[in-house]
Ligand binder design. Sequence first.
Ligand code: ADP
Length: 611
Amino acid sequence: MHGTLKGKISLVYLSLVLLIALVGSAAFISLFNLGKAIEGLMIANYKSINAASNMMEAIERQDSAVLIYINVDSKKGKDMFAGYTEEFYKWFNIEANNLTEVGEKELVKNIKNSYKGYIKVFLDLQEVKNGNNVDKAIELYNTKIMPDFTQIKKYLLDLSQLNEKAMFRGKDAATRNSKSFMYMILTLSILAIIGGFITSRFSTNKFLAPISILTQNMKRVKIGDLDQQANIDTKDEIGELAQEFNNMTMRLKQYEQSTLGMILGEKTKFLAIMNSISEPLIVLDNDYRVALLNPSFEKTFNVKEADLIKRHFLEGIRNGEIFDFISDACKSIEAPHQKIFTIKTENEDKYFNAIITPIKDNEAFSGLIVIFQNVTQLKELERIRTDFIATISHEFKTPLTSIIMGTDVLLEEGMGKLNNEQKQFIEAIREDSDRLTNLVGDLLELTRIESGRAIFKFQKHSIEDIIDFATKPFYQKAEQNEINLYYQCDDNLPDVIADFEKITWVLNNLISNALKYTGAGDEICIKASACKDKVLVKVSDTGVGIPNEYLSKIFEKFVQVKDGDFEVRGTGLGLAVVKEIIEAHGGEIWCESKLDVGSSFMFTLAMEGKE
Ligand code: ADP
C-alpha cells in the first residue's frame, strides 16, 4: 500500500497526525498530573490546618469552661468542658488519619499526650473544687492547667504552620512543575512543527520531482523530440505514468519512423514513376510554385529542376500562353483541361497537348499536375491527312463541275429529247452530284480552317445585323413548312469581333439543321444576349431533339444521328465546320437537347474591347 503515491501521502499524513497526538497526549498527561498533585497536596494540608484550627477553638472553649467551672457555675463549666472534649477528639482523629508531612506524626503524638494530661489535670481540679477550695483550684489552674493549655496551643500552632509551609511548598512545586510542563510542551510543539514542516517539504519535493521531470519531457515531445524517456523508477502511480509515457514516446517514434519510411518509400516510387514518364510533366502548388518536374520536362523546356523548385512557374518557363491556360484552368478545377501548344525547340516546332489535372486535398485545391503530351507526330499526320483531303476534294471539284454542267445540259434537253426514264436517271445523277459538291465544299472549308489556311476577316459587327442577314434566306422555306422562324436580340448589345461571312455560314448551318429536324407548328428562335464579357447566341428549335448519347460527339466529323423516322439528309460535316469557325474566333460552342422537346445550339463571341 505505501508503495503507491496514495500510500505515501497517507503515511506522511499519518506521521503528522501521530506527532500532533504525541504533543497533545504529553500536554494532557502533564496537566492531569499537575492538577492531581496540586489537588492532593492542597486538600491534605488544608484538612490538617482546618483540624488544627478546630482543635484550637475547642481547647480555647474548654479553657473558658474551666474558668466558668472555677468561678461561676461548676456544672455548666463541667458540661461545657465535656462537650468540647468530644469536639476536640473529633478533629484530632481527622488529623491523626491525615499525616502527610515530616514531623507531623510526632506533633500529633505530643498533642495527644498533652491533651490527655490536660484532661487529667481537669479531673484533679474537680476534686479540689469539690472540697470547696477555690483558692487551691485557682492555683492549680495557674500552675498546671494553664501551662498544659498553652503547650497544646503551641503544638496546634506548630501543626498548622507545618501544613501551611507544606502548602506553600506544594504551590511552589506546582508552579515549577507547570513551568517545566509548559517548556516541555512548547519544545514538543516546536519539534512537531519543525518535524511536520520538514516531512511535508521533503515529501512534497520527493513527490513533485518526478512530475516536474515528466512535464519537462512532455514539453520536449511537444516540440517534436521523440527521443525523450522519463527516468523515474518509483513504483507508485507516477512511476506507472512515466512508464506509459516512455511506451508512448517509443511508439510515436516507431510510428514516425515507419510513416517516414513509408512516405520516403512512396516518394521514391513516385519519383521513379515521374522520371519514367517520357512526356514532360510538372507539378505546381496552389501558388503556381514548382514542386516537381521530370527529366523530360527539363529537356523539352531546356531548364534545370534545381533552378525551378519552389519558384513561380513564370520565373522558369517564360510562356505566358501556357501560364494563362493553367491559371484559367485552376479557376474551374473540376474537370481535367487540355489545350495544344506549339513549343519552339532548336530545330523544329513541337506540338504538345497540355493536360491539367488538379490535386485536391479534402476537396480543397492544393496544386496541379500538368502533362505535356507530345502530339507533334499526330499533328503531322493530321496535316498530311488534311492536305490529302484538300487535294482530293480539290481534284473532285473540276470533274464534279463538268458532271453538273453535263447533267444540266442533258436535263435542259439541249442534246435531244429525253424520255421520262432517262430524265429521272439524270436527275438522280444531278442530285448526287449536288450532295457530292456540298461534301467537297464542306471538306475544303474544314481542311482550310484546320490547316490554318482559312483567312478570317475579324471586324466589329452588330450581332443583330449578322443574325438578320443569316435568317433571311430561310423565312420562305419556314413559312412553307409552317414553322415559326424569328430572332430576338437584347437591347444595347455591344458589337462583336467576328468574320461576318463565317458567322453567317455558322448561323446558316444551324438554322438549316433546325429546319431539317422540325415540322409544321414548330418554332425556331435565334436569340442574342450578353453573357459576362461575351455575346451569347442561341439557336433553338422545338423539333425532334438529339438522343443523349449523341450530344457529346455531335460536333465530330461525319457524326449523324441514325433515326428511322428521319432520313439522313446531310454530310455530317456541318457542325464540325461550325465548331472550327467558332473556336477560330476564340469562342465556345455547345448543345443542349431533349428528345421530342427540341435542341439548342449555343455559341459565344468576343465583345468589342473584351477580346
Ligand atoms: P448534317 O450535314 O448531317 O446535318 P451536321 O454536322 O450539321 O451534319 O449535323 C450532325 C447531326 O446532328 C445531324 O445528322 C443530325 O442528326 C444532328 N442535328 C444537328 N442539328 C440538329 C437539330 N437542330 N435537331 C436535331 N438533330 C440535329
